[in-house]
Design a protein around this ligand. Structure first.
Ligand SMILES: O=C(O)CCC(=O)C(=O)O
Ligand SMILES: [Fe+2]
Length: 209
Protein backbone atom coordinates (compact mmCIF):
# COMPACT_ATOMS: atom_id res chain seq x y z
CA UNK A 1 0.00 0.00 0.00
CA UNK A 2 1.32 3.45 -0.94
CA UNK A 3 0.25 6.32 1.38
CA UNK A 4 -0.11 9.70 -0.37
CA UNK A 5 -1.11 13.23 0.73
CA UNK A 6 -0.53 12.61 4.44
CA UNK A 7 -2.06 9.15 4.26
CA UNK A 8 -5.38 10.56 3.06
CA UNK A 9 -4.99 8.57 -0.15
CA UNK A 10 -4.00 4.92 0.09
CA UNK A 11 -3.18 3.26 -3.19
CA UNK A 12 -2.94 -0.51 -3.47
CA UNK A 13 -1.57 -1.57 -6.84
CA UNK A 14 -2.79 -4.91 -8.17
CA UNK A 15 -5.41 -5.48 -5.49
CA UNK A 16 -6.79 -7.83 -8.13
CA UNK A 17 -4.32 -9.80 -10.24
CA UNK A 18 -4.52 -9.10 -13.98
CA UNK A 19 -6.50 -12.25 -14.86
CA UNK A 20 -9.09 -11.62 -12.13
CA UNK A 21 -9.31 -7.93 -13.03
CA UNK A 22 -9.98 -8.89 -16.67
CA UNK A 23 -12.76 -11.31 -15.62
CA UNK A 24 -14.32 -8.63 -13.45
CA UNK A 25 -14.15 -6.06 -16.25
CA UNK A 26 -15.94 -8.42 -18.64
CA UNK A 27 -18.66 -9.20 -16.08
CA UNK A 28 -19.17 -5.55 -15.14
CA UNK A 29 -19.27 -4.32 -18.74
CA UNK A 30 -21.73 -6.94 -19.92
CA UNK A 31 -24.01 -7.37 -16.92
CA UNK A 32 -24.48 -3.76 -15.80
CA UNK A 33 -27.74 -2.00 -16.79
CA UNK A 34 -26.00 1.27 -17.61
CA UNK A 35 -27.67 4.67 -17.72
CA UNK A 36 -26.76 7.46 -20.10
CA UNK A 37 -27.77 10.50 -18.07
CA UNK A 38 -29.32 13.54 -19.74
CA UNK A 39 -30.06 16.75 -17.90
CA UNK A 40 -30.46 20.42 -18.58
CA UNK A 41 -27.76 22.93 -17.74
CA UNK A 42 -28.88 26.56 -18.13
CA UNK A 43 -31.57 25.43 -20.55
CA UNK A 44 -29.20 23.33 -22.64
CA UNK A 45 -29.51 19.56 -22.87
CA UNK A 46 -26.36 17.79 -21.70
CA UNK A 47 -25.30 14.21 -21.28
CA UNK A 48 -22.82 13.05 -18.64
CA UNK A 49 -19.53 12.07 -20.33
CA UNK A 50 -19.69 8.53 -18.94
CA UNK A 51 -22.34 5.93 -18.19
CA UNK A 52 -23.28 5.41 -14.58
CA UNK A 53 -25.44 3.34 -12.26
CA UNK A 54 -25.97 3.26 -8.51
CA UNK A 55 -26.31 0.24 -6.24
CA UNK A 56 -26.90 -0.33 -2.57
CA UNK A 57 -29.19 0.89 0.14
CA UNK A 58 -29.04 4.65 -0.40
CA UNK A 59 -29.55 7.21 -3.16
CA UNK A 60 -26.63 9.47 -3.95
CA UNK A 61 -26.75 13.14 -4.86
CA UNK A 62 -24.34 13.85 -7.69
CA UNK A 63 -24.23 17.60 -8.36
CA UNK A 64 -27.97 17.84 -7.83
CA UNK A 65 -28.74 14.71 -9.84
CA UNK A 66 -30.29 12.01 -7.68
CA UNK A 67 -30.24 8.36 -8.71
CA UNK A 68 -32.31 5.53 -7.32
CA UNK A 69 -30.04 2.62 -6.46
CA UNK A 70 -30.42 -0.95 -7.67
CA UNK A 71 -30.08 -3.78 -5.12
CA UNK A 72 -26.62 -5.32 -4.59
CA UNK A 73 -25.83 -8.17 -6.93
CA UNK A 74 -23.83 -11.11 -5.52
CA UNK A 75 -20.77 -9.96 -7.51
CA UNK A 76 -20.99 -6.35 -6.30
CA UNK A 77 -21.70 -7.39 -2.69
CA UNK A 78 -18.55 -9.54 -2.85
CA UNK A 79 -16.47 -6.62 -4.10
CA UNK A 80 -18.00 -4.40 -1.41
CA UNK A 81 -16.95 -6.89 1.29
CA UNK A 82 -13.37 -6.89 0.00
CA UNK A 83 -13.32 -3.08 -0.14
CA UNK A 84 -14.74 -2.89 3.40
CA UNK A 85 -12.00 -5.14 4.74
CA UNK A 86 -9.29 -2.96 3.14
CA UNK A 87 -10.83 0.40 4.04
CA UNK A 88 -11.89 -0.77 7.54
CA UNK A 89 -15.39 0.65 7.25
CA UNK A 90 -18.86 -0.39 6.08
CA UNK A 91 -20.27 0.77 2.76
CA UNK A 92 -23.95 1.07 1.86
CA UNK A 93 -23.73 2.69 -1.56
CA UNK A 94 -21.86 2.12 -4.80
CA UNK A 95 -21.50 4.19 -7.95
CA UNK A 96 -20.36 2.27 -11.00
CA UNK A 97 -19.08 4.38 -13.88
CA UNK A 98 -18.13 3.42 -17.39
CA UNK A 99 -15.68 5.61 -19.27
CA UNK A 100 -16.39 4.27 -22.75
CA UNK A 101 -13.10 5.61 -24.09
CA UNK A 102 -10.77 8.55 -23.57
CA UNK A 103 -13.46 11.03 -24.58
CA UNK A 104 -15.24 10.23 -21.29
CA UNK A 105 -14.06 11.54 -17.93
CA UNK A 106 -15.12 13.28 -14.76
CA UNK A 107 -14.34 16.92 -14.11
CA UNK A 108 -12.89 18.47 -10.93
CA UNK A 109 -15.09 17.73 -7.94
CA UNK A 110 -15.03 16.66 -4.30
CA UNK A 111 -17.16 13.82 -3.04
CA UNK A 112 -18.63 16.00 -0.33
CA UNK A 113 -22.41 15.83 -0.78
CA UNK A 114 -24.11 16.09 2.64
CA UNK A 115 -25.02 12.41 2.79
CA UNK A 116 -21.40 11.23 2.94
CA UNK A 117 -20.76 12.78 6.38
CA UNK A 118 -17.84 14.86 7.64
CA UNK A 119 -14.75 12.87 6.66
CA UNK A 120 -15.90 10.24 4.20
CA UNK A 121 -13.97 7.08 3.45
CA UNK A 122 -14.37 6.25 -0.23
CA UNK A 123 -12.95 3.10 -1.81
CA UNK A 124 -12.40 3.04 -5.56
CA UNK A 125 -11.70 -0.01 -7.74
CA UNK A 126 -10.50 0.34 -11.32
CA UNK A 127 -10.83 -2.09 -14.22
CA UNK A 128 -10.00 -1.88 -17.90
CA UNK A 129 -8.05 0.93 -19.50
CA UNK A 130 -5.40 2.79 -17.51
CA UNK A 131 -6.55 6.37 -16.87
CA UNK A 132 -5.03 9.34 -15.13
CA UNK A 133 -6.37 10.45 -11.74
CA UNK A 134 -5.49 14.00 -10.73
CA UNK A 135 -5.80 15.70 -7.35
CA UNK A 136 -5.55 19.43 -6.67
CA UNK A 137 -5.89 21.61 -3.61
CA UNK A 138 -9.17 23.55 -3.57
CA UNK A 139 -8.67 27.04 -4.94
CA UNK A 140 -5.67 25.99 -7.02
CA UNK A 141 -5.59 25.29 -10.72
CA UNK A 142 -2.82 22.76 -11.16
CA UNK A 143 -2.82 19.20 -9.82
CA UNK A 144 -0.61 18.51 -6.81
CA UNK A 145 -0.78 14.76 -7.45
CA UNK A 146 -1.22 12.75 -10.59
CA UNK A 147 -1.50 8.96 -10.68
CA UNK A 148 -2.23 6.34 -13.26
CA UNK A 149 -4.95 3.97 -12.16
CA UNK A 150 -4.52 0.53 -13.66
CA UNK A 151 -6.84 -2.45 -13.91
CA UNK A 152 -7.06 -4.07 -10.49
CA UNK A 153 -5.92 -1.05 -8.45
CA UNK A 154 -7.65 -0.01 -5.22
CA UNK A 155 -7.56 3.61 -4.10
CA UNK A 156 -8.98 4.74 -0.76
CA UNK A 157 -9.66 8.42 -0.01
CA UNK A 158 -10.02 9.29 3.66
CA UNK A 159 -9.67 11.92 6.37
CA UNK A 160 -10.51 15.49 5.38
CA UNK A 161 -9.34 15.07 1.78
CA UNK A 162 -12.77 15.91 0.29
CA UNK A 163 -12.71 19.25 2.19
CA UNK A 164 -9.23 20.27 1.12
CA UNK A 165 -8.90 18.76 -2.37
CA UNK A 166 -10.72 17.98 -5.60
CA UNK A 167 -10.10 15.11 -8.01
CA UNK A 168 -10.58 14.51 -11.70
CA UNK A 169 -10.28 11.85 -14.40
CA UNK A 170 -9.22 13.93 -17.42
CA UNK A 171 -10.15 13.13 -20.97
CA UNK A 172 -7.39 11.30 -22.81
CA UNK A 173 -8.26 11.26 -26.51
CA UNK A 174 -5.68 8.61 -27.31
CA UNK A 175 -7.38 6.02 -25.05
CA UNK A 176 -9.70 3.76 -27.06
CA UNK A 177 -10.55 1.04 -24.52
CA UNK A 178 -13.26 1.24 -21.84
CA UNK A 179 -12.60 1.67 -18.12
CA UNK A 180 -15.00 0.76 -15.30
CA UNK A 181 -14.64 2.40 -11.88
CA UNK A 182 -16.49 1.46 -8.70
CA UNK A 183 -16.68 3.88 -5.77
CA UNK A 184 -18.04 2.56 -2.48
CA UNK A 185 -19.40 5.09 -0.02
CA UNK A 186 -21.19 5.29 3.31
CA UNK A 187 -24.30 7.46 3.15
CA UNK A 188 -26.51 8.57 6.01
CA UNK A 189 -29.18 11.13 6.82
CA UNK A 190 -32.30 12.00 4.86
CA UNK A 191 -32.59 11.01 1.21
CA UNK A 192 -31.35 13.84 -1.04
CA UNK A 193 -33.90 15.83 -3.02
CA UNK A 194 -33.17 16.19 -6.73
CA UNK A 195 -32.21 19.75 -7.71
CA UNK A 196 -31.67 18.89 -11.36
CA UNK A 197 -34.15 16.77 -13.30
CA UNK A 198 -32.67 14.10 -15.52
CA UNK A 199 -33.95 11.79 -18.18
CA UNK A 200 -31.80 8.72 -18.22
CA UNK A 201 -31.68 6.25 -21.03
CA UNK A 202 -31.02 2.56 -20.38
CA UNK A 203 -28.01 1.49 -22.40
CA UNK A 204 -26.00 -1.69 -22.82
CA UNK A 205 -22.34 -2.25 -23.52
CA UNK A 206 -21.10 -2.60 -26.20
CA UNK A 207 -22.78 0.54 -27.48
CA UNK A 208 -24.51 -0.08 -30.78
CA UNK A 209 -24.93 3.49 -31.91
O1 LIG B 1 -13.20 7.07 -11.97
C1 LIG B 1 -12.55 7.41 -10.98
O2 LIG B 1 -11.44 6.95 -10.73
C2 LIG B 1 -13.09 8.45 -10.03
C3 LIG B 1 -14.59 8.55 -10.02
C4 LIG B 1 -15.07 9.63 -9.09
O3 LIG B 1 -14.35 10.51 -8.74
C5 LIG B 1 -16.44 9.60 -8.58
O4 LIG B 1 -17.22 8.72 -8.99
O5 LIG B 1 -16.76 10.43 -7.73
FE1 LIG C 1 -15.16 11.49 -7.02
Amino acid sequence: MIPLLDDRIRLTRGFFAPARAAELLAALLGDTPWLAVRYENAGRPQELPRWTVNYGERSYDYSGLVFTPLPWTPLLAGLRDLAEAQAETRFNALIVQLYRDGADGVNWHSDDSPGVGADPIIASLSFGATRRFQVRRKGEREPCLELELHAGDLLVMRGDLQHTHQHKVPREPEVTAPRVNLTFRTLSGPAPQPAVAHTSRAVRWPADE
